[in-house]
Design a binder for this molecule. Structure first.
Ligand code: ZN
Length: 392
């Protein structure tokens, strides 16, 4: 019999926290018990801390000085190792705007990294988030403007053919968005609308074509006022009202304490609940790096931003994504909302797993799932990370 490991402590399940023992064998969770079995070879004791499932980030660009769009396998591994240290065990590498060649190169690098993955390479890739380049012209944010364009089947058909794209973003109001959404639906992606100035009717049309998620709520998205500025009166609903009203929609927040004030985090949690709201980092390459000037996206052509060690920003313009790991987002969300810890952890684990279709093997502590586990201390700081039951 291969050896088993028991993790004992306060176990964070999706709906409760219970003192228990998680028994793992062959990289999987084999059972949940009151206490470690006698034949157990190793016992990991979380003490007064917690045992949590590994975090899952569906929206992240970089870390440790690298951006996925740098397009090399080394860059991919650097980002994945950086986020693993912050408790993220599964990632969806996220494209920025860029040329078709740059996006192709990013997909190739992620594919190579995923196929050759070993635990020493950091967080595991579950699929790519095709995020840029199909943004609205007036909602490009900190991304390179030159790399933005409308969706064309000649281009995206190749991306979907890689079978690596699991999440697909497009602004709903763009010409060609409907065909893009239908292609993404055929590829069984989580379909999202982001960097968009869409009105309610445009969101409703997108919904009919399979769109079910909105990227970073309140950031680079429409409001009633922005839709009025574009389409006039009568004033129309925006992405915000559509997400709040439509129960089949989910969204995500960047809970870094810099993008959104605590009342907005609390409001999103109260309105959407832990199974429709996700935590993401949207992290750039400045995670765990000294304050300074960096490129967002490809290292040669990406747009410049500054990091002050707390957040990325473009002086005189606005924020340029976060410089945190999901561990900090979990702590900030808990602090801002006072929500039960199991709800906050769910938003960084099971909810992203459910929305992306990987919940059968990941996202919670349950028999049969991968033993991707975190040991957290009482203050919810990451103390140890386990991939397939092995400490990394
Ligand atoms: Zn964005």
């Amino acid at each position: 019999m291969p050896s088993s490991t028991a993790f004992t402590g306060n176990v964070i399940f999706p709906d409760r926290i219970v003192a228990a023992t998680v028994i793992c064998r062959n990289g999987r969770i084999e059972g949940i018990a009151k206490r470690p079995p006698r034949d157990c070879q190793a016992v990991i004791d979380a003490g007064a801390g917690y045992i949590a499932p590994g975090y899952i980030d569906i929206h992240l660009h970089g870390g440790g000085g690298a951006d996925y769009m740098d397009g090399s396998i080394d860059a991919v591994r650097t980002v994945n190792r950086t986020h693993l240290r912050h408790g993220t065990t599964t990632v969806f590498p996220t494209t920025t705007t860029g040329s078709p060649e740059e996006i192709e190169r990013m997909l190739t690098a992620c594919d190579a990294a995923a196929k050759s993955w070993t635990p020493g390479d950091g967080a595991r890739i579950a699929g790519v988030h095709l995020y840029g380049p199909y943004f609205a012209g007036n909602k490009v944010g900190c991304h390179s403007r030159k790399g933005r364009r409308d969706p064309s089947p000649d281009e995206y058909t190749r991306y979907f053919a890689s079978r690596l794209v699991r999440i697909a973003t497009c602004a709903a109001e763009l010409p060609g968005a409907a065909a893009f959404y239908r292609a993404a639906r055929s590829a069984r992606c989580l379909i999202t609308c982001g960097h968009s100035d869409a009105s309610w009717p445009e969101m409703a049309a997108a919904f009919a074509n399979g769109m079910r998620h909105v990227d970073h709520f309140w950031c680079a998205m429409s409001s009633v006022a922005s839709v009025r500025a574009r389409l006039g009166t009568p004033m129309r609903g925006s992405m915000e009202q559509f997400v709040l009203a439509q129960k089949a929609m989910s969204t995500e927040v960047i809970a870094d304490g810099q993008h959104l004030a605590p009342e907005l985090l609390r409001f999103a949690y109260d309105q959407l609940g832990p199974s429709r709201l996700l935590l993401v980092t949207d992290a750039n390459r400045a995670v765990d790096m000294a304050p300074g000037r960096y490129r967002f996206g490809p290292v040669e052509t990406g747009s410049w931003f500054e990091s002050n060690g707390k957040v990325g920003f473009v002086p005189g313009s606005g924020l340029a994504s976060s410089v945190i790991g999901l561990d900090a987002a979990v702590r900030q969300m808990r602090h801002a909302t006072n929500a039960p810890l199991e709800d906050v952890v769910r938003m960084a684990t099971l909810t992203p797993a459910e929305r992306t279709g990987i919940a059968r093997s990941r996202g919670s502590i349950a028999v049969g799932k991968r033993a991707d586990l975190l040991i957290l201390d009482k203050a919810v700081r990451v103390r140890q990370v386990f991939l397939d039951g092995v400490r990394v």
